[in-house]
Design a protein around this ligand. Structure first.
Ligand code: UD1
Length: 469
């Protein structure tokens, strides 16, 4: 076990007032929001750094509740979603301090029922804390997360799995009240997930680390972020095998211990930059990445006519070789299938590929809302159900557009980089949820873009963020 320095007596915790959250749909007035202006068709070049994975960071922060000792989590991106998760941990009584890219966490004291609805409703991943809280305390009370911009997103698989582990669960007035029977620990169980839900796999894996006996999760999610969470839990002493396959076996232990853990690079951010190189026909280098995490995207880019080649062990170089890009069909699927979180960004590229592409969204029910915005920029896309027919056009034209969710906003940025003239993107609170310093990173590559506030204030993205060394 790595020994961590004890938290100093002058330990300064993040407090609500020190955290500047990007506005969310419920606390934000559109009158206050800036617009991102992008002047398209500027070639990009150079290296772009990839931050730590948002989805790993969120669930690993929840996982830190499992451990009563100090934990340090490194490579944590500065994002509105991460800050929301930190606020929820603080509301639960957990002590959190940021030290550059690391979060130092002490969950010696955890309240079972203090997660505020306003925050949980803005951040679905915070519901996943139900697993660790219940496993640690034998009782948890968390608000239902509710719907979000990409669909209803129920939590039935989480709830049924916890019930199979012996939890009594009542859902009452929008609250999920969970207790273990007669104050006992959760019990190991064999659980088959009807669907390989990322969040349900993570909730149940975390809960099972402190359960009595063995838990087997069948038809489990295989996403790299599930593996990252498993590795974090193992670094705290959990006994987990099979993460990354569809069967995960967890042997419960009585307690977990301190650790110092660094999260993986964000494959979705990296993928967004690969598409940025492709759509602007620019040779850029993206890193650090785990190339295997990007296999489904790389295969699609190659089918389109973009070569992606290694540039050292953890970097990829985009070579936009083909004179004309070719259309290709894509269907989103659980990992290792094509990620739903890259669907909108790839669609932005497909608008400029010659021929017809069919994009099928099978993971979420309402994840094609960017189509109307891309069409405003001159794309030719028709939607039927969860399928979109993308007819390639020779060029896109800059236009005022509205970001409708996180990945839709990234797609509009990509379209704006390729379009003729100026694109003005509003709804930026979505973008700020999941892309760290996006404007600075793109500006460093040579993009021309700036944030303009309603009072006329302009924030140009000029400052280089990270050097290549
Ligand atoms: C996670 C990711 C998100 C990604 C998604 C799919 C985080 C914080 N978010 O979300 O970025 O797009 O995986 O890769 O990691 N479902 C149910 N019942 C449940 C749980 C899920 O029906 O109990 C459904 C959902 O409504 C959805 C599908 O299963 O249609 C996939 O959801 P899931 O894999 O759970 O996604 P999240 O964990 O919410």
């Amino acid at each position: 076990m790595p020994s961590l320095p004890k938290l100093a007596s002058n330990f300064k915790f993040w407090e609500d007032r020190t955290i500047s959250l990007a506005p969310s749909p419920s606390n934000f007035s559109s009158d206050d929001e800036p617009v991102l202006e992008i002047w398209g068709q500027h070639p990009l070049s150079g290296f772009v750094p990839v931050s730590g994975a948002k989805n790993s960071a969120l669930v690993i922060l929840a996982g830190a509740i499992l451990c009563p000792d100090d934990c340090r989590i490194r490579n944590v991106p500065y994002l509105a979603d991460v800050e929301r998760m930190v606020q929820i941990l603080i509301a639960l009584g957990v002590k959190v301090r940021r030290n550059k890219d690391a979060l130092e966490i002490n969950a010696a004291h955890v309240e079972h029922s203090k997660a505020p609805y306003e925050l949980v409703s803005q951040l679905r991943a915070s519901f996943f804390a139900i697993g660790p809280i219940l496993a640690r305390l034998g009782v948890a009370r968390i608000p239902l997360p509710g719907g979000c911009a990409i669909g209803a997103r129920p939590v039935d698989l989480h709830v049924r799995g916890l019930q199979a582990m012996g939890a009594d669960i009542q859902i009452d007035h929008g609250m999920v009240n969970a207790t273990t029977r007669r104050g006992r620990r959760l019990q190991g169980a064999k659980i088959y997930l009807d669907y390989p839900s990322v969040g349900a796999t993570e909730t149940l894996m975390m809960a099972a680390t402190l359960a009595e006996g063995e838990t087997v999760l069948e038809n489990a999610a295989q996403e790299p972020e599930v593996v990252d969470l498993a590795n974090f839990c193992r670094a705290m002493g959990a006994k987990i095998r099979g993460a990354g396959s569809n069967t995960i076996v967890i042997s419960g232990v009585p307690s977990l211990h301190s650790t110092d853990y660094s999260i993986i690079p964000d494959r979705i951010e990296a993928g967004t930059f690969l598409v940025a190189g492709a759509i602007t026909r620019s040779e850029i280098v993206v890193g650090p990445v785990v190339p295997d995490h990007l296999t489904p995207l790389i295969a699609k880019l190659q089918a389109i006519g973009v070569q992606i080649v290694p540039d050292g062990p953890n970097r990829l170089r985009v070579l936009p070789r083909a004179e004309v890009y070719s259309a290709t069909d894509v269907e989103t699927l659980p990992y290792p299938g094509f990620p739903t979180d890259m669907q909108a960004q790839l669609m932005a590229l497909l608008t400029l590929c010659e021929g017809d592409s069919v994009v099928s969204e099978t993971v979420f029910e309402n994840r094609l809302r960017h189509v109307a915005e891309l069409n405003r920029m001159g794309a030719d896309i028709r939607v039927k159900g969860n399928n979109a027919l993308v007819r390639g056009v020779p060029f896109l034209s800059g236009a005022p557009v509205l970001a409708t969710d996180l990945r839709a906003s990234a797609a509009l940025v990509l379209a704006g980089l390729a379009a003729r003239g100026k694109t003005s993107i509003s709804g930026l609170h979505h973008l700020d949820r999941g892309y760290e310093k996006l404007e600075q990173k793109l500006s460093q590559l040579g993009a021309k873009l700036q944030r303009v506030y309603p009072d006329g204030r302009v924030v140009e993205a000029r400052r280089p963020v990270v050097s290549e060394s």
